[in-house]
Design a protein around this ligand. Structure first.
Ligand SMILES: C[S@@+](CC[C@H](N)C(=O)[O-])C[C@H]1O[C@@H](n2cnc3c(N)ncnc32)[C@H](O)[C@@H]1O
Length: 555
């Protein structure tokens, strides 16, 4: 095992790979939306061939082989990398090709679309031998829709692959040795999701003036646009191509019922409704957002329909609103008006066209009021499981003596679910509307020991921490870029006894765990935490997304 420059907590293996600097440097990215990871780490970490000796794994070296762009190759998929791409090898070489929708064990023909240094990217043309865990995808759009990528892989194989991806990142990027005897106890098996379909409580569809049709390999056509208005999901990687979708198996039965009624009506020429054209900026209907919740008294489904339009014209929408408001589950029809040319669904103005302006959902015995644009966990069923794991990790004494700092608190749901057992919760979040929702949710649930503050955690200064007592437990649930280096330094100085790190991006999670436990010698930063547990959770079956809950304890 390599020697760390500083004494560090927890098992560590020194990773001298040059790409690691890129991963680690991304912790200082000031932009919350910036993509934190270049592709090479995922390939290097996840394509490492000898699982039995991953500490000694090396990047696959191209021998004499190097493909050309446009070349058709016979490929064999070896594993799934983070983000769901198949890690494939060109038959009889060690050359790595990343390919969307290639599945482990599958032998197929792929066409090289990009060359990227030591590896290439390809699109799948034709399966020669199917993958070993093949199942029939129940959705008709599964092979080309951007939403699901692995519906035709058995669910058991999906969760196995996700667990392996987290493990590889914790080892290769986080620099925790899987040879350490404690590793088995630290790294927990993934928690699968009982609901594998109809679990999403929020879907956003787009309107388009043309229908995107996927590639048809047999006719030699890569893709085409067809005449006819579309309402559906974006083609993978394109903001201007819409795949017309009549039904989505990820969203709830109630929202599919609403989608069917809207699909049946909106193209009727008598209504005079036009889809917005992202190139010419003409047209009215931009997006359709469907949200599902539950009535707190009856537990019956509640649906909110939100039309995002380029201007405010309620009379134009009225015939459609009349139709959908007749569906018993629909309790709210909203209109967000967005006059900008951007693709966002948040309006500058919001109008209630029917019913109430919020729907409700229950989580950990609390009731949350959800407005059209407020953040809420998109899989309510599995959120219940996730929050229980967070509470278990927090290890609260339950005597109302502890202080909880809830970083990236969103609408406050994690902090509020802990508030009943602690002295006080302090939540921080950049989005002002989310903070208003958090305060409203606290009031609605009769919680008076929670304070929510709006602020950018990428821009904290020396005064951060002056407004709250030293916490006993820090919950940190950043979005995909992970924590900014300023925040990591702050936490290392704060030295709270426990940190529960909740993450939707195992790459940045692994990087931040490395900093918190091992430090960063070149910047004189010392790690001071022990990694006690890493718990992957599947919140989104059939998609590449992976959630993790980790516990860190002060050394
Ligand atoms: C993954 S969500 C977690 C929300 C919440 N913990 C929950 O479970 O509902 C991440 C949150 O971090 C917020 N966020 C992103 N960048 C931020 C920043 N620089 N400072 C503070 N909050 C930020 C987002 O607005 C979002 O609400």
């Amino acid at each position: 095992m390599a020697v760390a420059a500083f004494p560090s907590c927890g098992a560590r293996r020194l990773n001298a790979r040059p790409w690691l600097h890129a991963v680690r440097a991304s912790a200082s990215s000031p932009s919350p939306s910036a993509s934190p990871l270049p592709p090479p780490p995922e390939i290097d970490a996840l394509a490492a061939p000898p699982r039995s000796d991953s500490a000694a794994a090396v990047a696959p070296t191209p021998r004499s082989f190097f493909p050309k762009r446009g070349q058709t190759l016979e490929l064999v998929c070896e594993s799934l990398a983070f983000k769901g791409k198949g890690v494939c090898k060109v038959a009889d070489t060690a050359f790595v090709v990343m390919c969307d929708r290639a599945l482990p064990g599958e032998r197929f023909l792929g066409r090289v679309t990009r060359k990227k240094g030591s590896y290439a990217e390809a699109t799948k043309l034709k399966t020669i031998t199917p993958h070993r865990d093949a199942v029939e995808a129940p959705c008709q759009y599964a092979s080309y829709c951007g939403g699901c990528k692995t519906q035709n892989l058995s669910y058991e194989a999906q969760v196995r692959a996700k667990e392996q991806q987290v493990r590889d990142l914790i080892v290769h990027v986080g620099r925790f040795s899987d040879k350490d005897p404690d590793f088995v106890a630290i790294f927990k098996p993934i928690v699968p999701c009982d609901l594998q379909f109809h679990y999403r409580n929020k879907m956003e569809f787009s309107f388009g003036a043309e229908r995107w049709m996927p590639r048809d390999v047999s006719s030699g056509k890569e893709e085409q646009m067809e005449i006819g208005y579309a309402l559906g999901l974006h083609a993978p990687g394109f903001f201007d191509k819409v795949l017309h979708v009549d039904k989505c198996l990820l969203q709830t039965e109630a929202t599919n019922k609403v989608l069917a009624v809207i699909q049946d009506s909106w193209r009727d020429p008598k209504l005079g409704l036009s889809p917005y054209n992202v190139h010419t900026h003409a047209g009215f209907l931009k997006h359709l957002m469907l949200r599902a919740g539950r009535d707190v008294n009856t537990s019956n489904p509640e649906v909110m329909v939100n039309f995002v339009t380029s201007s405010y014209e309620p009379n134009l929408l009225k015939p459609l609103v009349d139709k959908i408001s007749a569906i018993p589950e629909v309790v709210s029809v909203m209109n967000n008006v967005n006059t900008s040319v951007g693709n966002t669904s948040v309006g500058e103005e919001e109008y209630t066209l029917y019913g109430k302006s919020t729907i409700t959902e229950m989580l950990r015995g609390l009731t949350f009021q959800i407005s059209a644009n407020s953040f809420f966990q998109t899989n309510s069923h599995q959120a219940e499981v996730l929050y229980k794991l967070i509470e278990d990790c927090a290890g609260l004494r339950g005597d109302s003596s502890e202080i909880v700092l809830d970083l990236f608190c969103g609408t406050g749901s994690i902090g509020l679910s802990l508030a009943r057992r602690v002295k006080h919760v302090y939540g921080y979040e950049v989005v002002a509307e989310a903070i208003s929702d958090a305060r409203r949710n606290a009031k609605f649930n009769g919680i008076h020991n929670a304070t929510f503050v709006q602020g950018d955690l990428n821009k904290i200064n020396d005064s951060f921490g002056n407004d709250f007592p030293k916490p006993d437990i820090v919950i940190s649930d950043p979005n995909r870029p992970g924590m900014h280096m300023k925040l990591i330094k702050y936490l290392l100085e704060l030295q709270a006894p426990r940190i529960v790190y909740v993450s939707c991006n195992p790459s940045t999670l692994a990087r931040d765990l490395d900093y918190l436990c091992h430090g960063l010698a070149e910047k004189g930063i010392r790690g001071c935490y022990h990694l006690r547990s890493v718990q992957p959770v599947d919140m989104f079956p059939h998609t590449p997304h992976i959630e993790c809950v980790c516990l860190l304890e002060l050394c």
